[in-house]
Structure formats: structure tokens, C-alpha cells
Write a protein that binds this ligand. Structure first.
Ligand SMILES: [Zn+2]
Length: 190
């Protein structure tokens, strides 16, 4: 619920192979943060709706390109109870160490899963919605989410990082998504 008691509307999640998912997103400028607006979008409303969308879809992270907004911004909540949502503007990852091979999925590529090798530990720096600097030490699942979501901002999907066998297994599901996307595009043109 928002402050005025209205339910926050979730957004439509953009699915593979929509080109916004493979485009590098641009940084949000300090002036845009101060104004709370970028590309005509209210950033606080975007954050609230993205968090609602992530929870509704049972996800633990969602990047702005996944709702069709090509800005460097993501939300995440890797907490076990899903009670600690986090929103980071212009995230940068550093101090990466260790590796962990774990199965991943993506809300934009339903039903496809595969093992991805990620850093086990890292530091996330960025800004909050007030423009204040944020620094987070992330490990395991939290570090994995930070890497998966930051990849989204660079137009990188996890399916490009899974092994050959997993990619082979995913092929038919990806084909279905590609066909559905094409049908949708054709309908839009009419
Ligand atoms: Zn994803």
C-alpha cells in the first residue's frame, strides 16, 4: 500500500527477446535524482512499482530494463522473509572475490534455469533515491542478485553465461518466447 492507501500497481515484466533487455542502460544524472524524474518517469513511483512487481512475481531482484525502462536502477530483496527491499541507482560492483556456481533464473526468461558462476562476495556502491551514497557488502545470494541485476543494466542476460548443455536444454523454451514475441510485434503493427 502507498501512503494514500491506494494499492501500488505492479508493472508488466518485459520478456526475452525484447531488445530493451540487451541494450546498455544509461546512468541517472544527479539533476534527475534531485528532481525525482528521468525520461518523464517518477523515480519513487517506479521504485515502489518495481518492488511490488518483484514481490508479485516471486522474484528477488528486478532491473529497470525488465519493466521497459532503460536506466541504471534495480531493486532487490534476497532476505529470507522478503521484508527488506533495496533500491539502488547507478550501482557499481567492486572488491569481487571467491566464486560460486549456482542455478539461476530470470523473471524475463520464464522457465529457463541454469548454473552460472558468479563472485561469492563483493561490494555494491551506488546512490539511494535521495541521491545519498550507498555501500553494501554482499555475499552468496545477495552478491549473486547484485551481479545478475547489474548485468541487466549492461544488457547481459544470464543465459549467455550458462554452460553449453544448459543452453541446449533451454533452446526450445527460448524458441517459444521468440515466437511469442514475434506474434506480439506483428499484432502491434496491425
Ligand atoms: Zn534477470
Amino acid at each position: 500500500m502507498s501512503d494514500d492507501g491506494k494499492k501500488i500497481e505492479p508493472m508488466r515484466i518485459v520478456l526475452y527477446p525484447d531488445p530493451v533487455l540487451t541494450k546498455k542502460a544509461r546512468a541517472i544524472t544527479p539533476d534527475e535524482l534531485k528532481a525525482g524524474q528521468a525520461d518523464g518517469i517518477d523515480l519513487r513511483e517506479l521504485a515502489a512499482r518495481m518492488i511490488a512487481t518483484m514481490y508479485e512475481a516471486d522474484g528477488i531482484g528486478l532491473a529497470a530494463p525488465q519493466v521497459g525502462v532503460s536506466l541504471r536502477f534495480w531493486v532487490a530483496d534476497p532476505s529470507p522473509e522478503h521484508t527488506a527491499p533495496l533500491a539502488i541507482v547507478n550501482p557499481v560492483l567492486s572488491n569481487q572475490s571467491g566464486t560460486l556456481d549456482m542455478e539461476e533464473g530470470c523473471l524475463s526468461i520464464p522457465e529457463v534455469r541454469g548454473k552460472v558462476k558468479r563472485f561469492q562476495k563483493l561490494t555494491v556502491t551506488g546512490l539511494d533515491l535521495d541521491g545519498n551514497p550507498v555501500t553494501l557488502e554482499a555475499e552468496d545470494l545477495a552478491a549473486r542478485v547484485a551481479q545478475h541485476e547489474t548485468d541487466h543494466l549492461d544488457g547481459i542476460l544470464f543465459i549467455t553465461k550458462i554452460g553449453t548443455a544448459a543452453r541446449f536444454m533451454a533452446r526450445s523454451k527460448l524458441r517459444v518466447l521468440e515466437d511469442e514475441y514475434e506474434v506480439m510485434q506483428r499484432r502491434r503493427k496491425k
